[in-house]
Write a protein that binds this ligand. Structure first.
Ligand code: NAD
Length: 495
């Protein structure tokens, strides 16, 4: 896939029509209030989303249930389901640039990253789970005597999926692809500030041959549309990526409704730990800047806490500030941009508050931290490095989800490990050291779903993303994710 600026500009000039809901293969109006879509690039209205009311959501869930029960998808031969999902991956690839540009206009991710991370990852994810369809099957248990015990894997039924606004296509695919691969029906609720690419994905899914009613999309506000989905008695399993606050609510809704299983992929405050013996401190400084500032810090696994060995702190901060100053912040549709827009005004204001508060508490703002490019009308922030952040400060413990890096120094390996684990989160981490034993000790000691060594942020559909502590439960990606979308059933047969 190649990108050129003229193609991007041409696609970005296209008006986006008002959007509708996809229920039972039909595009329908919502009964609720439409939701305006404001582009973070310039603060202008891009289009509007249909607002799905509780009744709309109930209809979508009932349709998904009926589509599951009549076997129009789950009953297909595995090879046929596989063909359809491969066709969907082909269509995503064929429309990759269009999808990437649409997504950037909606959520502000820099286009150079969006192309690979959004349609690129989504296509790879659909292919991966398409291939799994006829390779994952039941077991025969080693029981004693004249008994045959078979362990069947069955689809769970209706999967409700609620996803966030950062990387909606990629994260949506992480849920929808394995759910469909295992034969389930899906009702997807995208985020109000990033629904457009997922609506387009649903259109492509119909074109690929996913039967009507199997994949439904309801858009609208979280507290209306999302809440109705999470409360639905027709939803068997709820999969979610988003904030801890919403995750807590979903568990309550489950308890208040049908005890649906909830799998939560939540936030992070991930430590990126630089020891003085790192093989290349200059490279580590550049990587530390990208680990937090790409996509304007709106990455769940962002290395948002830099823990640096005190003996190299000053030199490292200097290199880091230099690498950060060199990043090009601006219009995310510009191919040269390295840090795009903040997703919404509310998010930008929250980011600025974190910086102001940490300054008032005595931390040192080494660089950045202000709103910039206001003349564009868009939501842009100068990446902030905040040093001497104490573990008691909110900036050390709470997720900003913006371009704000908290820096804290340590003296010993034991202190580094203690600081790394001193938050409620456990999503990701990075360790920079040339000492093999230390690298392995840190991997073992850090409570997180992924620990990167001498790099930061590498990922692939073949490996799980699974939060520890309050970063979540269950796993997205890899064959392990399939466990969320299947039930085990034992057949105990006397011979
Ligand atoms: P959010 O929790 O505000 O919203 C996520 C989704 O939940 C949206 O679709 C929203 O409409 C919906 N929602 C909100 N309130 C709801 C309610 N009461 N009932 C049902 N649905 C509701 O999160 P966000 O701001 O969109 O996303 C940012 C968060 O997502 C960050 O915390 C980030 O770390 C996290 N995230 C985690 C991962 C991961 O894999 N662990 C990946 C990306 C983002």
């Amino acid at each position: 896939m190649t990108l050129d600026q003229a193609t991007i500009d041409r696609l970005a000039a296209k008006p986006v029509p008002p959007q509708r809901l996809l229920i039972g293969g039909n595009w329908v109006e919502g009964e609720g209030e439409p939701v305006p879509v404001i582009s973070p690039i310039n603060g202008a209205r891009l289009t509007e989303l249909a607002g799905a009311s509780a009744a709309d959501v109930a209809r979508a869930c009932a349709v998904a249930r009926a589509a599951f029960d009549d076997g129009r998808w789950a009953g297909l031969a595995p090879a046929d389901r596989k063909r359809v999902l491969h066709r969907l991956a082909d269509l995503i690839e064929a429309h990759a640039v269009e999808l990437a540009v649409l997504g950037v206009r909606d959520n502000g991710t820099e286009i150079s990253m969006a192309l690979k991370a959004e349609p690129g990852s989504a296509a790879a994810t659909f292919r991966y789970y398409a291939e799994a369809i006829d390779k994952v099957y039941g077991e025969v248990a080693p029981t004693a005597g004249n008994v045959l015990a078979l362990i069947h894997r069955e689809p769970v039924g209706v999967v409700g999926a609620i996803v966030p606004w950062n990387f909606p296509l990629m994260i949506g695919a992480w849920k929808v692809a394995p759910a469909l691969a295992m034969g389930n029906s899906v009702v997807l609720k995208p985020a109000e500030t990033a629904s457009l690419t997922l609506l387009r994905l649903a259109e492509l899914a119909l074109e690929a041959g996913v039967p009507p009613g199997v994949f439904n999309v309801v858009t609208g506000q979280g507290r209306v549309t999302g809440e109705a989905l999470a409360l639905s008695p027709d939803v068997d399993v709820l999969v979610f990526t988003g904030s801890g606050a919403t995750g807590r609510r979903l568990l309550e809704y489950s308890a208040r409704s049908n005890l649906k299983r909830c799998y939560l992929e939540l936030g992070g405050k991930s430590p990126n730990i630089v020891f003085a013996d790192a093989p290349d401190l200059a490279a580590a400084a550049k990587a530390a800047a990208m680990a937090i500032f790409r996509n304007a810090g709106q990455v769940c696994v962002a290395g948002s806490r830099l823990l640096v060995e005190a003996s190299v702190q000053e030199d490292f901060l200097e290199a880091l500030a230099k690498a950060t100053a060199a990043l090009r912040v601006g219009n995310p549709l510009d191919l040269g941009t390295q840090v795009g827009a903040v997703n919404s005004l509310a998010q930008l204001e929250g980011n600025l508050r974190f910086v102001a508060e940490s300054r008032a508490e005595g931390a040192e703002v080494v660089r950045g931290g202000a709103r910039i490019l206001t003349e564009t009308g868009g939501y842009y922030m100068d990446p902030a490095i905040v040093a001497r952040v104490a573990p008691s400060q909110r900036l050390f413990r709470e997720e900003v989800f913006g371009p704000v890096l908290a820096v804290t120094a340590f003296e010993t390996e034991a202190e580094a490990l203690h600081l790394a684990n001193a938050t409620d989160y456990g999503l990701a981490a990075g360790v920079w050291t040339a000492n093999l034993g230390r690298a392995h000790r840190m991997v073992r000691g850090i409570r997180a779903g992924v620990v990167h060594v001498n790099t930061y942020g590498g990922a692939d559909v073949t490996v799980p993303l699974a939060g520890a502590k309050q970063s979540g439960n269950g796993a997205d990606k890899s064959l392990h994710a399939l466990e969320k979308y299947t039930d085990l059933k034992t057949a105990w047969i006397q011979l």
